[in-house]
Design a protein around this ligand. Structure first.
Ligand code: PRP
Length: 182
């Protein structure tokens, strides 16, 4: 790991300006769709924190923010298919319009498990906003109402996405140099 985080990035996939333009568009769409509704934005820690922080500032409606922490764990870098809930929302969900915010849809296991956990809570509606939808085989079907970008299946970091808990603070999304993770 280099002393400067930018040096470990092979190339930039989504520049800071691209992210900010797309997040503003998503915020405008959400503002139009949820006008007059009681909106609860639930961000999934940790990866979605930065996207959610920008997205809520692009939404021009009253809203409440809450957070869930989940972790998928297994025997290697790929998800095992088991999602563990580490922290639940503390807000009341019943009767409210819930928007789950996630940074990346990869296997789809995290979002499908989170969405399922809301099914029994009597929300008025549950929708999902994901910044990146990875192009991977066998992705679980997850109906995301808002998708920022379709994304190739590469080792990406930045704007909340990590490798070994680092690189979340990059202001863009880039592809990590293979020698860093091999
Ligand atoms: C990442 C990402 C999503 C999930 C997507 O989280 O933030 O939550 O993986 O993958 P999936 O579609 O295959 O479930 P991770 O478990 O790495 O934790 P983090 O958010 O703390 O980085």
């Amino acid at each position: 790991m280099a002393a400067n985080v930018h040096q470990d990035v092979e190339r930039v996939l989504f520049a800071e300006e691209d992210l900010s333009r797309r997040v503003r568009e998503m915020g405008a769409q959400i503002s139009a769709d949820y006008a007059g509704k009681d909106l609860l934005v639930v961000s999934i820690l940790r990866g979605a924190a930065i996207f959610a922080a920008d997205l809520v500032r692009a939404i021009e409606l009253p809203l409440e923010m809450d957070f869930m922490a989940v972790s998928s764990y297994g025997n290697d870098t790929k998800s095992s298919g088991v999602v563990r809930f580490l922290k639940d929302v503390t807000s009341c969900v019943e009767g409210r319009h819930v928007l789950i915010v996630e940074d990346v849809l990869d296997s789809g296991l995290t979002l499908s498990s989170v969405a399922e956990s809301f099914a029994a809570r009597n929300a008025a509606s549950v929708e999902m906003a994901v910044l990146l939808r990875k192009n991977v085989a066998n992705q679980a079907h997850v109906a995301c109402r808002y998708v920022g970008f379709e994304c190739p299946d590469e080792f990406i970091v930045g704007y909340g996405l990590d490798f070994a808990e680092h690189y979340r603070n990059l202001p863009y999304i880039g592809v990590l140099k293979p020698e860093i993770y091999q």
